[in-house]
Design a protein around this ligand. Structure first.
Ligand code: NAD
Length: 353
């Protein structure tokens, strides 16, 4: 065994079906008495339901969360939180709602309970991305790590099959890059392999039967593991590319991850052979990149950036931006090879090393 450093993050995780019943117990453990419930406008009803469950511990609901955590939305929410003299936050939803909760917590120190309803994994990370004047900046600080994460499989049954597929692939991307991270370690790698395997097994079943509780349970468990991976070690080329493409061309987050992942993996294949073997084994495929491309095909998700709104004449610009301030990556970034990678992802072609 080679030397390694592993740092566990201090979060309490409650996982299962019907775990919402434990919500009161969990907020009482934290001693919270004036909680603001956060959600997107699409999940306003669920926010109201959480508020009802909290009873007199609820101080109100704010259902204005949107993607990429714009600072002006955070400021509006902050005013609401201060006016209502909140002593805690409850986020119910995907990465967008968790992002708002983290942004408020960063500015107020309020403890957070998060109930995730997608597979994005933000709830397990000390990472916050925020957008101001169209520019997204990301920071890593323990101040945004939720105190309690309550995973209730039943809440994911309503996640539409298409979004389940891309959100699940987004989760897989965290585990894939954790396996070849500069600071990879054997504990996180175990979680990464099991995370990929759980999601790869569950997602095809969810697409055919979105209310299958077994498949939903496996997928949410996989997403939890993948979220831990994202929070524990550094990400590489794939996350950099998605950050650039999503931010510059306003592409949808999970779809972009789904399309780019096989190509980023193919780019890194020769530089990270051991990680590739583990990814392929977790997918039950002979080849990591092809296995990911085939999985997206089975799930029926878009496999071309051209299909999700990226203009063809922006490929060159995307490549320029991708090699600017690069993240560490197992294979050095070569400008022309990166442009070819993006061009293949744009056209929806098979991944090539
Ligand atoms: P999202 O939170 O924007 O959710 C997408 C839509 O689905 C929303 O309208 C939401 O209300 C709805 N939805 C969520 N769960 C549902 C359910 N069970 N049933 C029906 N509808 C449901 O999407 P996301 O992909 O979860 O999150 C993306 C955002 O999270 C991005 O801004 C991304 O940058 C961020 N993110 C951050 C981290 C981190 O560690 N900081 C990690 C992953 C993602």
């Amino acid at each position: 065994m080679e030397a390694f450093i592993y740092e566990a993050l201090p979060a309490r995780v409650v996982f299962g079906r019907g775990t919402l019943a434990k919500l009161g117990e969990e907020v009482d453990r934290l001693g919270l008495t004036r909680i603001i419930v956060l959600a997107t406008p699409q999940q306003e009803d669920q926010a109201a339901e959480m508020s009802e469950r909290l009873g007199n511990r609820s101080a109100g609901t704010f259902s204005g969360a949107v993607m990429h955590t714009p600072v002006d939305v955070t400021e509006t929410a902050l005013n609401y939180v201060r006016e209502h003299r909140a002593d805690g936050l409850l986020a119910i939803g995907g990465g967008s709602t968790t992002g708002l909760s983290k942004a408020i917590s960063l500015r107020t120190g309020l403890p957070q309970v998060v109930i995730p309803t997608t597979y994005a994994g933000s709830e397990m990370t000390p990472i916050l991305g925020e957008t101001k004047a169209g520019i997204k900046t990301t920071q890593r600080t323990m101040a945004v790590l939720p105190k309690v994460v309550l995973y209730d499989v039943d809440l994911t049954l309503s996640l539409p099959p298409g979004l389940s597929a891309t959100s699940g692939m987004n989760a897989i991307a965290h585990a894939v890059e954790a396996l070849y991270a500069r600071d990879a370690n054997p504990i996180v790698s175990l979680m990464a392999q099991d995370g990929i395997a759980s999601l790869a097994r569950a997602l095809p079943g969810i697409v055919t039967n979105p209310t299958d509780p077994e498949a939903r349970s496996d997928a949410l468990y996989g997403a939890f593991l993948c979220g831990v991976c994202l929070g524990a070690v550094g990400m590489a080329l794939h996350h950099k590319l998605c950050h650039v493409l999503g931010g510059t061309f306003d592409l949808p987050h999970a779809e972009t991850h789904t399309i780019v992942l096989p190509h980023a993996v193919a780019y890194n294949a020769a530089a990270a052979p051991s990680a590739m073997g583990r990814i392929a084994a977790s997918l039950g495929s002979a080849d990591a990149a092809q296995g990911l491309y085939d999985l997206a095909g089975r799930l029926g998700t878009a496999r071309a950036l051209s299909k999700i709104g990226m203009p063809k004449d922006s490929i060159r610009q995307a490549a320029d931006l991708a090699v600017l301030n690069p993240y560490w990556n197992p294979r050095p970034l070569e400008r022309s090879a990166i442009e070819e990678l993006i061009a293949r992802a744009w056209a929806g072609e098979k991944p090539l090393p």
